[in-house]
Design a protein. Structure first.
Lengths: 226, 233, 43
């Protein structure tokens, strides 16, 4: 099977599984909404000067938590009926397999993040509305998702046969994702305030993405190989 | 048994390193004069910095063991040394954090601060813990070797990025601290003693990893022997 | 707490921690070797 052919099959299969059970897509979305609600209770600061910072902090933290739900279940369907083991014996290119899952993670991540950011903008009102039109915000969000998806797919594959993976996955995913969280929030705040440091943070985010996408692809091939 | 050959000299080596370190610390406590800015409390540097160095060095050992485990030694000893490195690294990380906290109180007036290095060390503690939890969560030995080796590589790749990001973050949000991590103590004798401490603790950490790795190998052999014994009956 | 107390606390923590590690490794080695010797002689 060719690289592109394998990639298309994995993506198609992933879509079929995700849209078969609507709750698989809706659960992270509801979870994100719940997180926004809880944050707004705790961080109930009305001063306009703080609203932007709160908005940025909320969306990136919520993103991190909601995405972990998406990623931890990305191989769940493959674990049933030993489909994962069967796929390992197919002449499926390992890179195609990773790329397919990575693409799925990005797409479902976006389906959760976009409504979540719009909802958060609504909660914060006028003070943060301009941010929803900011290319800097959406650019950084996509870059953050790119890095987290690579890490998430690899960790999910690693923990497929691990006991207590519901606890183990966040235990490993959150510390490894800290640079992404810091870089994304500081980059957006930097771009808003016009600080030169924003480019430094963007550079770190790009660096993380490049390193982790490459590393994850290589290590995924090692993991699923013989 | 190959691991047991020469056990005497390996134990003596460990003891020698331990005694040398105790002498070094004794001299640091009694033999050196006070420091200009921090008075006597600066002496904690000879415990804290070497422990921190050892904690991060263990992540390098974990990296090497992981590479070897993934590529050359899927059923063998390499991944056991990786686990040993994570355990020893966890212990030294804990020593680093506690001594850093104790040093922070008289120096900065607080038990904890989100200083770049302390924060990175805390994250490393969580990663070492996660590695050990993953180890016990996977029962199949071949799969365990693979996943733990991969995690070892991820940890080593991410730690410098974590350090860079956290240090930049602190630079933006907090004025530079008084303590410059030894940069104020660069005069001859202080520096030699500090380097000696770093070398001594690092060698001791390597020795501990080695010995613990051998122990894990012995445990594995015992399990194999017990299986053979039970199959006989 | 005086500065001396901080110094003693820090050094105690470090020395005790390292000593415990060395003791644990040694004790485990003796135990494992005893078990292995017993198993080898039994088989």
């Amino acid at each position: 099977m060719s690289l592109v052919g394998g990639f298309i099959r994995i993506v198609r299969q992933g879509f079929r599984v995700e849209f078969q059970e609507k709750e698989r897509l809706l659960t992270p979305l509801f979870f994100a909404a719940l997180m926004l609600l809880l944050f707004n209770f705790v961080l109930d600061e009305q001063a306009e000067a703080v609203q932007v910072k709160l908005f940025v902090a909320e969306i990136f933290l919520t993103m991190l938590f909601a995405l972990h739900l998406c990623f931890s279940r990305i191989f769940e369907a493959d674990a049933e009926d030993r489909a994962f083991e069967v796929l390992q014996t197919y002449s499926l290119h390992r890179l195609a397999w990773f790329a397919g899952k990575y693409c799925l993670a990005m797409i479902f991540g976006l389906l959760v993040i976009v409504p979540m950011i719009l909802l958060s903008g609504l909660f914060h009102g006028q003070a943060t509305l301009f941010l929803l039109y900011s290319p800097a915000l959406w650019g950084v969000v996509v870059l953050m998702l790119a890095g987290l998806s690579a890490l998430g797919v690899l960790l999910a594959a690693m923990m497929l046969k691990a006991r207590g993976r519901e606890v183990l996955f966040p235990l490993l995913y959150f510390p490894l994702a800290i640079p992404v969280l810091l870089a994304a929030s500081e980059a957006v705040l930097g771009f808003i305030s016009g600080s030169a440091a924003a480019w430094q943070w963007l550079g770190l985010l790009l660096g993380f993405d490049v390193i982790f996408i490459t590393l994850s692809a290589v290590l995924f091939a090692e993991l699923v190989g013989d | 048994m190959q691991q047991r050959i020469g056990q005497g000299w390996t134990q003596c080596l460990g003891l020698l390193l331990y005694v040398l370190l105790l002498s070094l610390w004794g001299y640091a406590l009694i033999g050196l004069g006070s420091e200009e800015h921090q008075g006597d409390v600066y002496r904690i540097i000879y415990m804290h910095v070497p422990a921190a160095f050892a904690a991060f060095m263990c992540s390098f050992v974990l990296f090497v063991a992981s590479i070897y485990g993934l590529k050359r030694n899927k059923h063998g000893q390499a991944v056991l040394y990786g686990r040993a490195a994570a355990e020893v690294g966890l212990a030294f990380t804990l020593i680093t954090l506690v001594t850093g906290s104790i040093w922070g109180k008289p120096t900065w007036g607080v038990w904890w601060t989100w200083d770049g290095r302390l924060t990175t060390t805390f994250i490393l503690l969580l990663l070492y813990g996660g590695y050990l939890f993953l180890w016990s969560a996977v029962s199949d030995p071949v799969l365990r070797t693979k996943v733990c080796s991969i995690l070892g590589l991820l940890i080593f790749a991410d730690v410098p990025i974590i350090y860079k990001s956290v240090t930049w973050w602190r630079t933006l949000h907090q004025p530079p601290s008084l303590f410059q991590g030894g940069q104020g103590l660069i005069a001859g004798e202080f520096l030699s003693l500090l380097l000696g401490g770093i070398a001594g603790v690092s060698l001791l950490a390597l020795w501990l990893i080695w010995q613990r790795g051998i122990n894990l190998g012995l445990q594995k052999e015992i399990d194999t022997q017990l299986i053979k014994k039970s199959l006989r009956y | 707490m005086t500065n001396l107390a901080y110094i003693i606390a820090a050094y105690s923590w470090g020395i005790v921690g390292i000593s415990l590690m060395m003791y644990a490794v040694r004790r485990q080695r003796l135990k494992l070797e005893a078990i292995l010797t017993h198993l080898e002689s039994a088989l």
